[in-house]
Write a protein that binds this ligand. Structure first.
Ligand SMILES: [Fe+2]
Ligand SMILES: [Fe+2]
Length: 270
């Protein structure tokens, strides 16, 4: 099973390159992924002229399952409303069968209007729990902002405000993969039974730490999860090849009593 993870497209930005995006999408289409995740910042400022361009470019992705979430840049200038008009809902829950695996995927808008900081929000916890309930072979959580500090990003900032609670919640829910963007630095953190995978910026020269535009290809097969970084039109390198299942004592999926995911009525009902 193959997942293509791209983010930080920044259509309309000063350092945006359409050629990079076209190269990346061409390569992704050739790889024939089962799922494509676009983890936010599809536009640079959320402006009305940027959304149609972003939609037009991303429509070139030839995959049945394309999941998008907004980033902080998309939520600027009331762009969160334009995101909905252009791409549909900002939060997504879905179940799908991929390469013989039952996949549970929950994607949440972590952005707040006109703020760079993000938050998942306690009102979403029950909704997230419901999305991962029941049997699944692979559980994937998607949000734009990062849950862990990422090295090579300069001054550390913009983790989601409730990062600790969210990591605890996702661990309790047996999530396998977290796919995020935001800081434009490709990186993988293995944490307590999960792989928290960050993609770089796919189509801008707004790089830091890792000095190239990049996206990720995540392969799940034969009991392994492999993450490859790809520079559009350029080199590919490994971000790690990990065991699919963690030893019980390391994944340690106990409940933290202060992280509560009330089921029933939530503010993010389908
Ligand atoms: Fe970005
Ligand atoms: Fe961002």
């Amino acid at each position: 099973m193959l997942i293509a993870q791209l983010s930080d497209v920044h259509v309309g930005g000063a350092r945006y390159s359409r050629e990079l995006l076209e190269a990346a999408i061409g390569e992704i289409n050739a790889a024939e992924p089962d799922i494509v995740v676009v983890a936010g910042d599809v536009t640079d400022e959320g402006y009305p002229d940027q959304y149609p361009l972003a939609k037009q470019e991303l429509e070139a992705i030839a995959c049945e399952h394309v999941i998008l979430v907004p980033g902080n840049h998309d939520a600027r200038n009331v762009g969160y409303a334009l995101f909905e008009d252009t791409f549909g809902t900002r939060d997504t829950r879905m179940r799908l069968e991929c390469a013989g695996l039952e996949v549970a995927l929950v994607a949440v808008d972590s952005s707040k209007p006109d703020l760079d900081e993000g938050e998942i929000g306690r009102e979403h916890y029950g909704w997230i729990e419901e999305g991962f309930a029941g049997d699944a072979d692979l559980r994937i959580f998607v949000c734009h902002h990062h849950l862990m500090p990422v090295p090579g990003t300069g001054r550390e900032r913009n983790q989601v405000l409730d990062a600790g609670d969210v990591i605890s919640l996702l661990r309790q829910l047996s999530v396998d993969l977290v796919l995020s963007g935001h800081r434009h630095v490709p990186y993988v953190w293995p944490v307590a039974g999960m792989y928290i995978v960050h993609s770089g910026t796919v189509s801008t020269y707004r790089t830091r730490g890792f000095p190239h535009p990049a996206y990720n290809l995540v392969t799940v097969e034969n009991g392994r999860i492999a993450v490859e970084l790809k520079i559009p039109g350029g080199e590919q390198q490994s971000l790690g090849d990990y065991p699919r299942d963690w030893p019980e004592e390391l994944s340690a999926r106990h409940n933290d009593p202060f992280v509560r995911a009330p089921s029933g009525e939530s503010l993010a009902n389908d």
